[in-house]
Ligand binder design. Structure first.
Ligand code: PLP
Length: 361
């Protein structure tokens, strides 16, 4: 794929950039450039370009604004101590975007083109990748949407793929505290045959009202159950779950309707290497409630690209609650060891024995 570049004539000043990178937050600031590629049935993927970051001019009848035909990805670029910049398993993001796009009837962007686009934008905006100490990184957001101007309901014949990037601070500022979860018994995230396994905006749109309910109940995040029986644990709005048992076994839900996280898959491999037996299976909400009460479950944690690994505390629902698992705040908790192993590989402080890292520049 040929990518042309028009450098920004007004990049953010070094002083302002230093200010932003000192305290980037999440998703607030965007780099000097953006990458765009167009697709039509006649020309395939074409017109790949890096241009100054700017608002889009979009026709009010663009299909995505009406029917939400859209997919996205979330990944990070990490700066190592020697100044080099790396991404983590980018082909996995590329392959997942292909699967998501198949489900949303969007065209497939080849894996090597996806990786080349991400690399090109990160390299163009390399001064925006923060120093790695303190877990800062550059969050990269590839996304694809139906840009055809047409109100009929069918797969769009003009599609746009873009990559933007935003510096991200350490997820946990004042030390890690277990998150409190709200169990929604009214809303579900994904049904059989639906889009649960695709990374698409619609899944987030449908989760917001449940998340709002969680906040109103004094909780940080919401837990979704399966849509069919309302019995099996799926995931949080944007993170996968793990249940650590007294004998060292770890269970992570597998229902066919969860989003299979790249962090989730990586942690399954890491846990195996650490000698833990990992079970991917249906896990009922009753097993959760009983397990934390009896002490059979010693830790629960959630994982995803943004927070890496987050410990889970109390679970609340309409009319009841279950306590945090007993060992979640222990100094040598499994989740803390998994978290630091993963973060150390990402920032080049530990050997990359799985070959997960991809050098960008
Ligand atoms: C992106 C996402 C995750 C986490 O996936 P990672 O690849 O680990 O970042 C989990 N659940 C949902 C619904 C997601 O969209």
């Amino acid at each position: 794929m040929q990518i042309s570049t028009t450098p920004s004539s007004s990049p953010v000043s070094d002083e302002r950039l230093a200010e932003i990178l000192a305290n980037p937050g999440f998703g607030n600031h965007f780099t000097d450039h953006m990458l765009t590629v167009e697709w039509t049935p006649a020309d395939g993927w074409h017109a790949a370009r890096i241009e100054p970051y700017a608002p889009l001019s979009i026709d009010p009848a663009a299909a995505v604004l009406h029917y939400a035909q859209e997919t996205f990805e979330g990944m990070k670029a990490y700066r190592h101590d020697d100044g080099s910049i790396w991404s983590f398993r980018p082909e996995e993001n590329a392959k997942r975007m292909v699967r998501s796009s198949q489900r949303l009837a969007l065209p497939e962007l080849p894996v090597e083109d996806f990786v080349a686009c991400v690399d090109a934008l990160v390299e163009a905006d390399r001064r925006w990748v923060p120093e790695g100490g303190g877990e800062k990184s550059l969050y990269v957001r590839p996304f694809m949407f139906a840009s055809e101007v047409f109100l009929g309901v069918r797969p769009a014949q003009h599609v746009t793929f873009m990559v933007i990037a935003s510096p991200a601070g350490a997820y946990f500022k004042g030390g890690v505290k277990p998150v409190t979860l709200w169990l929604t018994e009214e809303y579900t995230r994904a049904g059989r045959g639906g889009m649960g396994a695709a990374k698409t905006g619609g899944n987030y749109a449908s989760s917001l009202v449940a998340q709002q309910e969680a906040i109103a109940q004094g909780c940080d995040q919401v837990v979704f159950l399966d849509a069919q029986e309302g019995e099996y644990v799926e995931e949080l709005g944007g993170m996968n779950l793990y249940f650590v048992h007294r004998d060292g076994r770890v269970v992570t839900p597998e229902t066919g309707t969860i989003l299979e996280g790249i962090t989730r898959a990586s942690i399954i491999e890491l846990l195996g290497k650490m000698g833990h037996q990992v079970e991917e299976r249906k896990f009922s909400i009753q097993e959760w409630k009983d397990g934390v009460t009896s002490g059979e479950i010693t830790e629960i944690f959630a994982c995803g690209t943004a927070a890496v690994v987050t410990p889970v505390g109390e679970l609340k629902w309409d009319g009841g609650s279950a306590p945090a698992a007993a060992a979640v705040e222990a100094d040598d908790a499994l989740w803390t060891r998994v978290r630091s192993q993963l973060v150390d590989v990402q920032f080049g402080r530990a050997e990359d024995s799985f070959g997960w890292m991809h050098r960008i520049c």
